[in-house]
Write a protein that binds this ligand. Structure first.
Ligand code: SAH
Length: 238
């Protein structure tokens, strides 16, 4: 009997995250909007009958952007400052056999467009274009385990940085998106401090950048404060 199985994407998720750096390290930490676009064959409204009664769904996906890097027996979780190793199966690291990921997200609404289903979700920790391989409802009566313990990550990460926007960044934001969503998203993401642990407390003049929603967001950290320096659109004509 073979022990190899093949998987095919049933859809792809669209998120504002255009690179790995800056993506929250778990789902639900930031209220970011995403859309799971189902592929033909898996996009019929009948397949989703009943799902709209659930507030959250489990999304199984492939960490497709690290397939080439393979996997490691031991990894250094960012939660331990990146200087202590744990067994890969004690972590949520993307560098694992089969590169399968699992995230719980809020199901905002189910949309049918030209007969094809799209799931609007909130809180994904996934790169734009991540292949989705399964979707199932989150069942609170079994999935919410009241006496569970959290190993080396017993508490939510503390929001470490206070975020301020430079005048230039505020002006750019106003032009790009007068509504507050992009500003709020940048504020929440930068506050989570995506810098690798070994950088923290060092190199205060270093500028960090993240590609988000068609923009390049740049910021600097001094003490416990992050200053968003600029938000440049990739194509200002858009
Ligand atoms: N909640 C998930 C993911 C945890 S790791 C799980 O437990 O399986 C989350 C990190 O994976 C993100 O911060 C980002 O750096 C990385 N990531 C997200 N999408 C990815 C993708 N498609 N390929 C590779 N890495 C990805």
């Amino acid at each position: 009997m073979s022990s190899a199985y093949s998987l095919a994407a049933i859809g792809h998720i669209k998120t504002p995250f255009q690179e790995k750096f800056g993506i929250p390290r778990q789902s639900g930490l930031v209220d970011v909007a995403g859309v799971i676009e189902m592929l033909p064959g898996f996009d019929k409204p009948v397949m989703f009958e009943g799902l709209d009664a659930f507030s959250h769904i489990w999304v199984s996906f492939v960490f497709h952007q690290c397939l080439e890097q393979g996997w490691k027996e031991r990894v250094r979780p960012p939660r331990l400052g990146g200087n202590q190793a744990m067994g890969v199966f004690a972590t949520r690291s993307p560098f694992r056999p089969n590169h399968l990921g699992l995230s719980v997200v809020r199901l905002d609404r189910i949309e049918t467009r030209a007969g094809r289903v799209r799931l609007h979700v909130l809180g994904a920790d996934l790169l734009d274009g991540t292949p989705v391989v399964d979707i199932k409802p989150y069942l609170p009566y079994v999935d919410k385990v009241s006496d569970a313990t959290g190993g080396f990550a017993p508490h939510p990460p503390e929001t470490q940085l206070q975020v301020v926007f430079s005048e230039r960044a505020e002006e750019q934001l106003l032009k790009l998106m007068p509504e507050q969503q992009l500003r709020t998203l940048i504020e929440q993401l930068v506050a989570l401090d995506p810098r690798p642990a070994y950088r923290k407390g060092a190199e205060e003049d270093r500028v960090y950048g993240m590609r988000l929603a068609g923009c390049n967001v740049r910021w600097r950290v001094a003490d416990a404060q992050a200053i968003v320096l600029g938000i440049e659109a990739d194509d200002p004509a858009q």
